[in-house]
Design a protein around this ligand. Structure first.
Ligand code: C2E
Ligand code: CA
Ligand code: CA
Length: 244
């Protein structure tokens, strides 16, 4: 298993605000297998928990390494699956890994899908609040692919709303999509939740997203998922937002 890192940037300042860790599987023949192929299979067994544990550990180890190299501190985002998230000691495990690599909770963001959150809303709220109380950021991933209940935004302690790429792709030809984004961003803002658009590939999309109230973006326009070495170069050559 290998990790790639994709930058997230601020649409207003252009600063890099963090990196998302994305997993790849190097198969026996040497080719890289996409997570879209093996994660859904792993999610049907306890294997997913071992994979998430690997991603957490490896990404935090990399963050510590960058720090020892003198690179500015940033935020790393990790994707969590439903099985991982409903484990009782998930928060303790996360905090242990942060401690192991001497990272602050502010250096970490956990990405969760809304379908994960609504599997058991009471337990999900409890877990999320535990993570928030510890100072870890929480992103709602793939917003717009499920039922997209804005009430979850209202009731769950998310810090970032990640708009799915499908919104970005259809936005230019459908004014209704622009209005949906505008409304979601406005509702989010009222709760001090930032909005990030996924899959931004053109400057035209970035401009439009900025106009409808999106705060952040991620996509090929700014950078593809990169190896640790490439990400190191990216961090060295871009302005990185300071951790507060
Ligand atoms: P995701 O979390 O929604 O990640 C975004 C996906 O969009 C990534 O695909 C990324 O490479 C791709 N992407 C980013 N920018 C662009 C763009 O501008 N255009 C287009 N067309 N695509 C873009 P990837 O890396 O293949 O990951 C697919 C999915 O696999 C992820 O979707 C996530 O749900 C899952 N995944 C990846 N890594 C992990 C992991 O460590 N753990 C878990 N549980 N799931 C993971
Ligand atoms: Ca994600
Ligand atoms: Ca996503």
């Amino acid at each position: 298993l290998e990790l790639r890192y994709q930058p997230k940037v601020s649409l207003t300042t252009g600063e890099m605000i963090g990196l998302e860790a994305l997993i790849r599987w190097r198969s026996a023949s040497g080719e890289l297998v996409s997570p879209g192929v093996f994660i859904p299979i792993a999610e049907r067994s306890p294997l997913i928990t071992r994979i998430t544990h690997f991603v957490m550990d490896e990404a935090c180890r990399q963050m510590q390494l960058w720090r020892t190299m003198g690179l500015p501190e940033t935020v790393i985002s990790i994707n969590f699956s439903s099985t991982d998230f409903y484990q009782e000691d998930v928060c303790a495990q996360i905090l242990n890994t942060l401690k192991k690599y001497k990272l602050k909770p502010q250096n970490l963001e956990i990405e969760l899908t809304e379908s994960l959150a609504c599997k058991d809303i009471d337990v999900a709220t409890l877990r999320m609040q535990e993570l928030r109380d510890a100072g870890i950021q929480l992103a709602m991933d793939d917003f717009g692919t499920g039922y997209s209940s804005l009430s979850y935004l209202q009731s769950l302690p998310f810090t970032v709303l990640k708009l799915d790429r499908s919104f970005v792709v259809t936005m230019h030809e459908k004014t209704v999509v622009q209005e949906i984004i505008r409304s979601a961003a406005r509702i989010a803002k009222a709760k001090h939740i930032r909005t990030l658009a996924e899959g931004v590939e053109t400057q035209e999309q970035a401009d439009m997203l900025s106009e409808v109230g999106c705060d952040y973006a991620q996509g090929y326009l700014y950078g593809h998922p990169m190896t640790a070495k490439e990400a190191e170069h990216f961090i060295r050559t871009h302005t990185i937002r300071k951790i507060v």
